[in-house]
Design a protein around this ligand. Structure first.
Ligand SMILES: N[C@@H](CCC[C@H](N)C(=O)O)C(=O)O
Length: 283
């Protein structure tokens, strides 16, 4: 009797770092010049928590020339992101486990990054140097990035993606859903922005809540934690090495001479396969 083969779908993994959750597609094996499989329509459909899988970001792993892998990021609204710190840590851990390496290099839209697993199992990534010039963030006009001409006196920092950091007395009390979208779409940020609300709880400790560009409220944001640590150090509110408590857990940020290092936990939750029907509907 001939066995009928079901048409194959697209494998994916579900991962998270401090509850900042990701769908990860591993497209390696086709060469560094091959395009990825993700389209804006597929990212939007998959990001739907009712009709898709649901995620804050989708990360696609591709082959790289001159590094262990390339990583592309998509927000749940279908837009591209130049950086995603927590997904970078999750995927680096997966690639390290698969290859037996203790450290990996990767290429992202912002350039080459480097990640390592520590003896305690936490994963660290060097997110690179912060972008402090208004044009790099990017902002719409030449202003002082350390004191933006906006209500609340926020700081703008680029980490390969834009961040607008507000220091507030009590981050817990901020109505993120109410104020986040307004700042995300402020005309000073031509590519929109991620929005951080931070309270200094000690000279080496911050409480952080985040409204992410293209994803809304998330339990944590790695690049946002890096941007917040840089902003706090530049304002003289903390040192360059801080612990940051996000809604979903804790990150260690260390702004060193070679870049901003971020360390925290990662989780690989489950693997799945997208059906051919779903893929055809959202190509
Ligand atoms: N969760 C991320 C940041 C994801 C990208 C961001 N929403 C953007 O559009 O820039 C992180 O961990 O860094």
């Amino acid at each position: 009797m001939t066995e009928i083969q079901a048409p194959s779908g697209q494998p994916f993994m579900k991962m998270h770092g401090l509850g900042n959750d990701f769908v990860v597609i591993d497209s390696r094996g086709r060469g560094p010049d091959a395009a990825g499989v993700t389209t804006p329509a597929l990212a939007r459909a998959l990001g739907d928590r009712n009709r898709g899988v649901g995620f804050d970001q989708l990360a696609e792993i591709r082959d790289a020339a001159g590094a262990d892998f390339t990583l592309d990021f998509w927000n749940s609204d279908g837009s591209r992101a130049g950086a995603c710190g927590n997904a970078t840590r999750c995927v680096s851990d997966y690639v390290m486990r698969g290859s037996g390496k203790a450290a990996v290099s990767l290429l992202t839209q912002r350039g080459a990054l480097y990640a390592v697993r520590r003896a305690d199992g936490l994963v660290s990534v060097n997110m690179g140097h912060p972008q402090r010039d208004w044009a790099e963030v990017p902002l719409a006009k030449a202003v002082d990035t350390l004191h933006l001409p906006l209500a609340g006196d926020p700081v703008a920092v680029g980490m390969g993606n834009p961040h607008c950091v507000f220091f507030v007395p009590d981050a817990e009390g901020v109505d993120l859903a109410g104020v986040g979208p307004k700042w995300e779409h402020d005309p000073l940020f031509p590519q929109r922005t991620n929005v951080e609300f931070a309270s200094v709880t000690a000279p080496d400790h911050l409480r952080l809540r985040v409204w992410e560009r293209g994803a809304g409220i998330t339990l944590a944001c790695g690049s946002g934690a890096c941007a917040t640590a840089v902003a706090a150090a530049l304002r003289g509110l903390t040192g360059r090495r801080v612990t940051i408590d996000a809604d979903g857990g804790t990150l260690e940020i260390d702004w060193r001479d070679d870049g901003v290092w971020m360390t925290g936990p990662v989780a690989h939750v489950f693997d799945g396969v997208l059906s051919p029907e779903f893929l055809a509907q959202h190509a």
